[in-house]
Design a protein around this ligand. Sequence first.
Ligand SMILES: [Zn+2]
Length: 141
Amino acid sequence: MATFFKRKRRRTHTGPNKNEKKVLRGQEADRLVRTAGLMKDRFPSVQRLTVQLDFVTPQQHLLDRQTRVFNPTDVCDFSVSCPGRCGGQGAFDLEAKIKSVIDSRQARAEGSGTCAEALYPGSPEVCGSQLRCKIEATYSS
Ligand SMILES: [Zn+2]
């Protein structure tokens, strides 16, 4: 069988040039602000955020239950790795959901998602574990 696709190999790696480095630094800073800001800096109106996470198998069995509480001095880490059959390769990112809840000052919200990570690299079957989350937020004013 003919090979139509060949990965290009570069033997000499010269590293990023000045401009690329600048871009990388910017991206890194963005990433830190986006993922690791403190609650009080990112969401100053929030006094307390509680996120209850239920992980359910495709057969609807409860895999794991976690509760995360965020206070104003806590880092906003809203990504959760999947405890299902993908072996933690999949992750749920609650960032957008939580942001929309807080932006609209909801006291309570629920969300869910399904892990679409392959069971192993190249597998046609996906993990399929579900995350159901309940979000509760208390605002300072
Ligand atoms: Zn998974």
